[in-house]
Design a protein around this ligand. Structure first.
Ligand SMILES: NC(=O)CCC(=O)C(=O)O
Length: 266
């Protein structure tokens, strides 16, 4: 499979509308790829908390429309990163959208773990509660977003639901870049899955972004890694490697579920 990760620069000097048009055009240029991946909240920036409400869109809003069309124009599966979604009957959500090559919505995933502890996304957005997988002809995608990377149980749930390729849009800061690389490799090794993690470049809300989008194979080898700036990371990977790795080193079969708490713990 050929995948292109579009590591978009999110800077305040560019309006949301211009960036949307620019990104749609970059997606169109990926015709011939099987899968194109965009970062988290690339319209506003993942740390631009004060912009979430003003730029929030209904699920089928302007970003949805532009990305559905770009996916069908390019004839690619498109993980369109995430948008600040305005649910008419609820809070905002950090929602990822996946489109088929004909521009149909194949899946929407509301980020489960919100970042910020007692501020930012954690208080401004609602939490998703559903694991989401997407069947492509060559592999099954498991969806997660940015801070989710720190929660291995989510990825185990995705693997139990059939995921072989874990796709993670992010807006990860430069400050914690070492965690990004380490955790992407850990999720790949422990789940014997590909990890495609696409971050942003640039600086928004005063937070320099790490970039360094990364593709890791089920053995934990880094197949491709971007630099810090805006970049299109294109690479080929063989989805059959998941089954081979799981068969030759069947550690997933040795899981022990339902371990008891230590005696005396409440
Ligand atoms: N947008 C995010 O989820 C940021 C996550 C992050 O900075 C971290 O986990 O560290």
């Amino acid at each position: 499979m050929r995948a292109s990760l579009l590591q978009i620069a999110v800077d305040e000097g560019e309006s949301v509308e211009s960036r949307r048009v620019r990104v749609a055009s970059l997606v169109r240029e990926q015709a011939g790829a099987d899968l194109v991946v965009l970062p988290e909240l690339w319209t506003t920036g993942a740390f631009a908390y004060e912009r979430f409400a003003e730029e929030a869109e209904p699920l089928e809003g302007p970003t949805y429309e532009a990305m559905a069309k770009a996916a069908s124009d390019a004839g690619v599966w498109l993980h369109a990163g995430s948008i600040p979604e305005r649910d008419p009957e609820g809070p905002l959500y950090n929602t990822s959208l996946v489109f088929s090559p004909s521009g149909e919505l194949a899946a929407a995933y509301r980020k489960i773990h919100r970042f910020g502890f007692d501020k930012g996304e954690a208080v401004l957005m609602g939490a998703g509660s559903e694991l989401v997988t997407v069947r492509l002809p060559e592999t099954t995608l498991g969806l997660a977003t940015c801070y989710d990377l720190r929660f291995p149980e989510l990825f185990r749930g995705l693997v139990d639901a059939g995921a072989e390729t874990l796709v993670l849009p992010a807006g990860w800061p430069e400050r914690r870049r070492s965690h990004w690389t380490l955790l992407a490799q850990a999720r790949a090794v422990e789940n014997q899955s590909f990890v495609l993690a696409c971050g942003t470049a640039g600086t928004h809300a005063g937070v320099p972004q790490a970039g360094h989008s990364i593709v890791v194979d089920p053995w934990g080898e880094v197949l491709a890694e971007a630099g810090a700036g805006e970049e299109i990371l294109t690479m080929e990977f063989d989805p059959a490697k998941v089954a081979v790795t799981r068969e030759q080193f069947p550690a997933l079969k040795d899981r022990v579920l339902g371990l008891e708490r230590p005696r005396g713990a409440s």
